[in-house]
Ligand binder design. Structure first.
Ligand code: BYC
Length: 316
């Protein structure tokens, strides 16, 4: 039960949200708002960092020096996105160590999409085009969300995601102009990544337990299904432009609704993946744990340096 003072504070908080004001780290906020943001932002930060793994797998095998430089830059950008969002989440009173412990213990979620393997070079194109494309649709609206530190991180991230999206599309467009084998490789990749990309937007609205609250607090500005539809509507013409066929026989334009209709998503697969039983879940966590252990000396050195610097500042 909330006390009268808390009820009053909650009412004022909701009024600020309704007026479109930005909530900042030191402002009063309901405990539940703080918890929901820690959950969602923490998952988002983890997704960026785990998301480096499937693409990192191709850095040594990129087909040219130019492709390698671009992919290296993209993967480094993802690390930067993770850092902004971990920093943003820390403003809510949780430490980065706590968040990482939860990830490494398998308690925290990260995006389902990163539990699928990258089997061919075309998958690097598919990730840029579809995964970063889905991320842009989702994150441009998160950039207008109510929590200032999260919304501001999204602005810069979206700019970088635009470059990622273009580089992915360009890889696929190039393959589609290539040999029959290259075209087949691109098509095979889209056949595997299309449906998992649609799952990135989360369960259908009727099965989304967190949406109502997040929409009321304007953390989310549109529902999972609305954003999924927006992504499909803008992606289908792009596929047609370069001759790719999306693997959904039910995909068709509905003139009256001014939207594409699409087939049924395999929600069993989605829940299997987010509950730890996707193709790569175990490998991804193993790789993150190994990287964390091997990076221990870097953290120690950085902490020792920070202590030395703060000692120097105090002495001065
Ligand atoms: N994967 O009530 P719901 C990137 C969970 S990284 C896993 O609808 P919500 C990139 C959900 O957490 C892009 N879990 O939840 C990086 C909840 O479980 P809990 C990552 C999912 O929060 C590198 C339960 O299902 N983007 O772009 O209202 C290289 C019920 O769902 C997923 C973000 O993280 C999923 N797909 O809505 C390239 C964006 N979907 O926590 C690219 C920020 C749902 O109750 N996050 N779940 O145990 C969001 O916008 C929202 O959190 C979601 C889910 C739309 C994902």
């Amino acid at each position: 039960m909330l006390s009268t003072t808390e009820q009053e504070l909650e009412k004022k908080f909701q009024e600020r949200i309704d007026k479109g004001e930005s909530i900042e780290a030191k402002d009063w906020m309901p405990e539940r708002y703080r918890k929901q943001l820690i959950r969602m932002m923490g998952q988002h930060a983890h997704s960026e960092v785990v998301g480096m793994l499937p693409e990192g797998n191709w850095i040594t095998r990129a087909p040219s020096l130019r492709r390698k430089c671009v992919l290296l830059a993209k993967v480094q950008d993802e690390a930067g996105h993770g850092l902004y969002i971990y920093s943003g989440t820390e403003t809510l009173g949780i430490s980065r160590e706590q968040m990482l412990d939860e990830l490494l213990a398998g308690k925290a979620k990260y995006s389902s999409i990163f539990n699928y393997p990258t089997l061919s070079w075309a998958d690097i194109g598919a990730i840029g085009w579809l995964v970063d494309g889905a991320a842009i649709v989702n994150q441009t609206v998160l950039a207008k969300g109510s929590y200032g530190p999260y919304a501001r991180a999204m602005v810069r991230i979206c700019k970088e995601e635009n470059f990622h999206h273009k580089q992915g599309y360009e890889i696929l467009a190039t393959l589609m102009k290539g040999t029959p084998e290259q075209r087949a490789m691109a098509q095979d990749s889209i056949n595997r990544w299309w449906w998992p990309a649609l799952m990135m937007f989360g369960p259908s609205d009727k099965d989304s337990p967190n949406s109502a609250e997040l929409l009321r607090w304007k953390v989310k500005r549109y529902s999972n299904d609305e954003l999924r539809q927006r992504f499909i509507d803008r992606t289908v013409p792009q596929a047609e432009n370069i001759g790719l066929t999306l693997p959904d026989p039910d995909l068709k334009w509905n003139e009256e609704r001014q939207h594409y209709e699409f087939g049924t998503i395999n929600w069993n697969e989605f829940y299997e993946v987010i509950n730890g039983n996707g193709i790569c879940n175990k490998d991804r966590l193993k790789a993150r744990r190994k990287a964390h252990e091997e990076g221990a000396w870097v953290r120690e050195a950085a902490n020792a340096y920070a202590r030395k610097k703060s000692g120097e500042t105090i002495a001065a």
